[in-house]
Design a protein around this ligand. Structure first.
Ligand code: NAD
Ligand code: IPM
Ligand code: MN
Length: 359
């Protein structure tokens, strides 16, 4: 197959981890006889510096002519004092909205050889396999009015029934392909938007009698995510709760540097990016963990290109490299070797090569 991928590297460790993902994709393309054309474009802080805009027209045009988007991360202290329209994060929100990427899928799966990298007990994390389904183009991130003066500030949390229905449907469909359970997380004891969310889930579950549904309030869900993460299968929630809960869930796996994500709409077009940010504290040192970016590339193959075997091959290579005792410095493991971003990516590529020799 021939596919065009827009690569938006962004800021901080963004370029370091996307470079790793592109290298892995190049190997996969060679091995499976695909052609991936990579078109690089600007987003975030680097786009502000070059074009005075966090999401330049040219970037949108490149993404529109692509089959999928691979993104690194945006943001950093250099732009933190900018007015809100000229913040790197605005570019990320704008691209999600422009392409209507309402469904953000964030899988959280314990890696057997990394159980001891989590600060949680091995027994608690060992069987974790959940999918956080985060609504991505609505809620408090986008509601109007949104403004601030010296004396007061306002943000608006709005959800329409249609916005809730389409993300909840996505969660139900995913649950059917997994263990058949949906946990809907809201704050229906306080928020009107959550009451509507709760009602919609109750109505829609009638269409999915094969799926078990539970509701949890976000505060206790945050607690259960740590005390009993194995009890979750699909977690569906609104934009901001999903943002917070997914960073929390990264603790289960041992590092934020391990969590990939897919932001998709109904026709399969999608943007693929790590859950983590630009990590200014480690940027430029060549030590970032590229696993989240590489696994995001695998999700792109699976969800946008229908290349399940290729995606699974990447995931297996990543897992084997961990099993063989190769890590990056964010993973606090006692035994094993700590590598730079590039060396660790070389190990994954070596593993991909080995898989082909043995097949
Ligand atoms: P962050 O995710 O960038 O970093 C949090 C911590 O995790 C840091 O200590 C960092 O070093 C570590 N970390 C994250 N990813 C890592 C990796 N791959 N390898 C090794 N260590 C890793 O969050 P933050 O520090 O709160 O935010 C920094 C900037 O990133 C901010 O400007 C924020 O707005 C932005 N951000 C962007 C995205 C995105 O582009 N999708 C996501 C989150 C935050
Ligand atoms: C994420 C990030 C973004 C979000 C920021 C950078 C706008 O935290 O992708 O999780 O809040 O969605
Ligand atoms: Mn986040």
């Amino acid at each position: 197959m021939e596919k065009r991928v827009a690569v938006l590297q962004g800021d901080g460790i963004g370029p370091e981890v996307t470079e790793a993902a592109v290298r892995v994709l190049e190997v996969v393309a060679r091995r499976f006889n695909h052609t991936f054309q990579f078109d690089f474009a600007s987003i975030g802080g680097e786009a502000i510096d070059k074009f005075n805009h966090p999401l330049p027209e040219e970037t949108i045009a490149i993404c529109e002519s692509s089959d999928a988007i691979l993104l690194g991360a945006v943001g950093g202290p250099k732009w933190d004092q900018n007015p809100s329209e000229l913040r790197p994060e605005k570019g990320l929100l704008a691209i999600r909205k422009h392409f209507d990427l309402f469904a953000n899928l964030r899988p959280v799966k314990a890696v057997p050889s990394l159980l001891h990298a989590s600060p949680l007990k091995e027994d608690v994390v060992k069987n974790v396999d959940m999918m956080i389904v985060r609504e991505l183009t609505g809620g408090i991130y986008f509601g109007e009015p949104s403004r601030k003066t010296a004396k007061s500030a306002v943000d608006t949390l709005v959800y329409t029934r249609e916005e809730i229905e389409r993300i909840v449907e996505k969660a139900f469909e995913l649950a059917r392909l997994r263990r058949g359970k949906v946990t809907s997380v809201d704050k229906a004891n306080v928020l009107q938007s959550s009451k509507l969310w709760h009602e919609v889930v109750e109505e829609m579950k009638k269409g999915y009698p094969d799926v078990e549904v539970e509701h949890q309030l976000v505060d206790s869900a945050a607690m259960k995510l740590i005390t009993n993460p194995g009890s979750f299968d699909v977690v569906v929630t609104e934009n901001m709760f999903g943002d917070i809960l997914s960073d929390e869930a990264s603790v289960i796996t041992g590092s934020l540097g391990l969590l990939p994500s897919a932001s998709v709409r109904s026709d399969g077009f999608g943007l693929y990016e790590p859950v983590h940010g630009s990590a200014p504290d480690v940027a430029g040192k060549g030590i970032a963990n590229p696993a989240a970016a590489i696994l995001s590339a695998a999700m792109m193959l699976r969800y946008s290109f229908g290349m399940e075997t290729e995606a699974a091959t990447i995931e297996k290579a990543v897992e084997t490299v961990f099993e063989d005792g190769h890590f990056t410095s964010d993973l606090s493991v006692e035994d094993g070797r700590v590598h730079s971003t590039k060396e660790w990516t070389d190990k994954v590529i070596g593993e991909l090569d080995l898989q082909f020799v043995s097949n």
